[in-house]
Design a protein around this ligand. Sequence first.
Ligand code: SD4
Length: 334
Amino acid sequence: MPDRRSFLKTSVLGAAAAPILLDGCSPDGDTDSSSQSSTSPVAEVRPVALSTWDHGLAANDAAWPILTGGGSALDAVEAGVRIPEADPSVTSVGYGGRPDRFGVVTLDACIMDERGRCGSVAFLQHIMHPISVARQVMEKTPHVMIVGQGALDFALANGFEREELLHPDAAAAWERWKEENGEVQPQIDVHNHDTIGMLAVDQAGNLSGACTTSGAAFKYHGRVGDSPIIGAGLYVDNEVGGATATGWGEAVIRAVGCFLVVELMRQGHTPQEACELAVERVIEKNPDWRTIQVGFLALGKNGEHGSFCIAPGFNYAICTPEEGNQLIDSGSRI
Ligand code: SD4
């Protein structure tokens, strides 16, 4: 695997040299001619899908046909993150997510599009796909954020099904946690975090992002992290780029992390530099930084990307026409 900086370089050069679309997330780019009608203009922008953690591979796979088929980045990120939301083996998102200290699964999610529209739900129970509820908050209400019982009522009124989200494996993990450390504070360390944050640029050159999580395992009942907070766990500005965060949400909120990453890119920093500077800011604001993990992922308007985290272990999936869908280890401060 190329080192991250040389990969970045190749990736960006690739963007400039081959601004074309290939259908299918494979390096060879099996182009499907049916998706490129002879009458439609050749698109000028190469799509990119970028997602946190190894379950980002499956999310990118779900988003890719939308992006290469001329669909919107908004549709792509929603479809992408719905995959880990429904996957019980992903223990920090949706169904299968670890519950809070009372054994209740509560979910946070937000979404943001190229027009700066955004929607969010927090402390939502019983709904498998909080990201789709967040999108409906964005599209159907004058609000940005609806939480708790209100979010559940809104979801049910809009056709979402009420479901039991506590998977047997998650219930067993909760029982073990109670026996072993019932009074210990919830923590996210380098082993316990895998929120999905996703960013995409579509063929029209538009950016969107989505972020969804069950939050910190065994958290206080009612605790909300950074993931549903626009500017903290996710931010998109179509003029500049987007960013998403993973890790200990309290630390990200203190630095308003993703807004910071995007503003740094606006000032001229590359996505990589912006992520590194934002990690430094998190470190400045959180004296306990050596005990936590925080990672940022950023996507520039031109398709260039970057990532950085506090402790080794954070990885992400990137899908481009030239490179296919691949997992990359993020650089880290420690
Ligand atoms: C939170 N940031 O609720 C989320 C958790 C997370 O990877 O990212 N896990 O604090």
